[in-house]
Each structure stands twice: as C-alpha cells, then as structure tokens.
Design a protein. Sequence first.
Length: 170
Amino acid sequence: MRTGFEARGFEARWRAVLGEYPTGVAIISALGTDGRPHGLVVGTFSSVSMNPPLVSFMAMRGSRAYRASAGCDRFRVSVLGSRHEQLCRSFASADPERRFEVGRWRLDADGIPGLEDAVLWVRCRRLRTIAAGDHDIVLGEVEDLGSGPGGTPMLFHRGRYGSVVASVVA
C-alpha cells in the first residue's frame, strides 16, 4: 500500500521538517548474545508510564549496533549531557567492538556498561518489542534509575548537537 510519501526527495524533507523538533540524546547499552557489551546512540528515548514504570526507545531494525543486542533481556539508558558531544560522536562512529573505550563506564550487576557521568540513567528489563516500519519500538520495565552529577542534557536539533537554555521566570 502506497501512502503518497514515496516521492523523490521525501527523505530530505522528512529530515528537515522533523529536525525542527529537538530530541534528547542517549546511549542504550546491553549485552549481546555473544556476552559482550553493545551500544547505540538514540534520540528517541522517552518515559512512557509511571505506574508501572516504563520507558521506550526506537532503533532502526537494520542497524548493526541495534541487531547486536536486539534479543537482550535487559538494557541500560545513559542520557548524555551537553559536555558529552565528543563522546557521542566517537561512540557513534567507532567500530562496535571499541565503542566502550571512549568515556568512563561502570558495569552494573548484570555486566551492562553505564556511563558514569550521565545526566541520568535507567536500568530496564525488556518488556516488549513492537515492529514499526523500519524501526523497532523497545518497551522497557524500569528496574532502577538515578541521576548523575548534574549538568544540562544534550539536545539534537536541526542536525546539530546543543543544550538546553533555561529561562528564569520572575
């Protein structure tokens, strides 16, 4: 079934229009079926429900980084701060086997790496994976969470990384 969006140039238009909406940036880490840590950078992490505590992220199904951990039982979210731009770029472009050589990582009780100085972190049990077009929506049940050393979260907006500018209301 065609939707009318298959027109040539649509992908560029899609990116330009939806790029107007800023997103946070996070690293999803998990242990793959090979028992090694794998990770990917996402701009789609979101809270879903407080009762029960659920979060989600979306990943391109064809991504090698996602496929390496797509069958994991547990995953960890490390929300990046404005100070993490270089780490983010290095992590995303590094060979998957070398991604955790950049930054300071600590293993949790399950052996999943978490960024030590993340703005916040969430440890999850994978509850469900929902196919959605060329992506998977991964729903996680929150097992634990915490805040990092503070700082402002990193944003991705109009194809660039940036940060929140807080306004003071008198």
